[in-house]
Design a protein around this ligand. Structure first.
Ligand code: 6PG
Length: 490
């Protein structure tokens, strides 16, 4: 008995994807899925729990290789890092030229590039697939970003396409380039995810700190927001989280969760890679830093000694005035909504800029419109905004930046004043909104014709003869700052 595809790693993501594959392959051609786990007992238990999936349980990598019909396809659903390396080296010993190893984990794209080279030496195809959608997505239809050769994509497409989510009847899977492209695009997805989550959390902090709204009231606000431009999975789940109360105390559940956020690294990779590529991703960077700051308990232990206005959860401020005394709270809620939408667009502008730069650097020719299309369903950042972004690239596939799209410009122009007001008000009243503030700084930095860079260039030239360009004529110049201050054209 042979299987069409193997899944290695039967944790929740792996077993759910395997079940999804089994359902779809059986529907199509009666084909089966083999599962393998280093903990064979776990793989057996998964097979027993889901008899409908009719899994073939492999006892070892060699047994898996025997059970797969060729050219073999194995999908790794193991932790990124050493576990992935070790699973690949197991497979390289038992797979043959023409077989395909797919890494469906959250691997660093440069690791995928190196692993691809390693596999290539043995004539084996290595494909890095970014899979988004969490546990439910893996089972019901994730969004998938595929990086690998055209040949491997042609073989994988019929296996993976049916398991992906669908948006407007289009499958949310795309071949986004060779080698590391799939994991690169997934990395940016996660960077945007970090920014989106942080922006939403800041909107919550403002509504609470300035208007004194309770979490269930804010849940209601978010539910309403989810009917408009901000419609997204993240807004939807945030409303659910905020409406949830602790059974024991009746308190808002969000208040009993420790205020310290974790991170597995993909947001940080987006920022580091952005720095390497020279792409400003400041809102994503602030979202990553906000998580680090939240977890920096030593730093935060000095908080009480530091002066400034302190909004409290109930909205009362240090000076005794209730934030809820703010006039026209509905207008403030609308201002916060617009500010959040504006910040969110700017986070996407940064993310798409980084994909364009990565694609150019690594020669992937990633289709940015396709990326927007496959993010419309299945993944964590699925959102109505992606229709607009997909539309922008449909109108102009060679769009130099999302900022060049007239609809994106209109949306930003309509929201910028609200972003300004929310950031200014939050700063005045001590509500930390680093992601919103950075989005505003990014926006103004782009708009300002002459900002602060000319002076920085002069400073660099002063202390390090780093030279500068002039605005009024071509060439490279240096001023003898320590001498007679004459200018030299180099
Ligand atoms: C997804 C998620 C998923 C995972 C993140 C969480 O697209 O399905 O992004 O990949 O939930 O890696 O990352 P952090 O633990 O760093 O928040």
């Amino acid at each position: 008995m042979t299987a069409e595809v193997g899944v290695i790693g039967t944790g929740v993501m792996g077993s759910n994807l395997a079940r999804n594959l089994a359902r779809n392959l059986a529907d199509r051609a009666g084909a089966r899925v083999a599962v393998y786990d280093r903990d064979v007992g776990r793989a057996r238990a998964v097979a027993q729990e889901h008899p409908d999936a009719d899994f073939l349980v492999a006892e070892s990598p060699a047994d898996l290789a025997d059970r797969l019909s060729g050219p073999r396809v194995a999908i790794l659903m193991v932790n990124a890092g050493p576990a992935t390396d070790s699973a690949i080296s197991d497979l390289l010993q038992v797979f043959e030229a023409g077989d395909i190893i797919v890494d469906g984990g959250n691997s660093l794209f440069t690791d995928s590039i190196s692993r691809g080279r390693q596999a290539e030496a043995a004539g084996i195809e290595f494909v890095g697939v970014g899979i988004s959608g969490g546990e439910i997505g893996a089972l019901e239809g994730p969004s998938m970003m595929v990086g690998g050769t055209e040949l491997a994509w042609a073989r994988l497409r019929p296996i993976l396409e049916p398991v992906a989510a669908e948006a407007n009847r289009e499958s949310c899977i795309a071949h986004v380039g060779t080698d590391g492209a799939g994991h690169f695009v997934k990395m940016i997805h996660n960077g945007i995810e970090y920014a989106d989550m942080q922006l939403i959390a800041e909107a919550f902090a403002v509504l609470r700190g300035r208007l004194g709204l309770t979490p269930p009231e804010i849940a209601e606000v978010f539910r309403e927001w989810n009917l408009g431009d901000l419609e997204s999975y993240l807004i939807e789940i945030t409303a659910e989280v905020l409406a949830h109360t602790d059974e024991a105390t009746g308190e808002a559940f969000v208040d009993i969760i420790a205020d310290s956020a974790g991170a597995k690294g993909t947001g940080g990779w987006t920022v580091k890679t952005g720095l390497d590529l020279g792409v400003p991703v400041s809102t994503i960077a602030e979202a990553v830093s906000a998580r680090s700051l939240s977890a920096a308990s030593v730093l935060r232990s000095s908080g009480p000694a530091l002066d400034g206005p302190r909004p409290t959860a109930g909205g009362a401020r240090d000076d005794g005035t209730a934030a809820s005394a703010i006039k026209e709270p509905d207008a403030v809620v609308e201002t916060v909504r617009r500010a959040l939408f504006t910040g969110k667009i700017l986070a996407y502008v940064q993310g798409f800029h980084e994909i364009a730069a990565g694609s150019q650097e690594y020669g992937w020719t990633t289709d940015l419109g396709e990326v927007a299309r496959i993010w419309r369903a299945g993944c964590i950042i699925r959102a109505r905004l992606l229709d607009r972004i997909a539309g922008a690239y449909e109108t102009d596939p060679d769009l130099s930046s999302l900022l060049a799209d007239p609809h994106v410009q209109d949306a930003l122009n309509a929201g910028q004043q609200s972003l300004r007001e929310v950031v200014a008000d939050a700063a005045t009243h001590g509500v930390p909104v680093p992601a919103l503030a950075s989005a505003l700084g990014y926006f103004d930095g782009i708009r300002t014709t002459r900002a602060s860079a000319a002076l920085v260039q002069a400073q660099r030239d002063f202390f390090g003869s780093h030279t500068y360009a002039r605005a009024d004529r071509a060439g490279t110049f240096h001023t003898l700052w320590a001498g007679d201050r004459s200018e030299t054209k180099l």
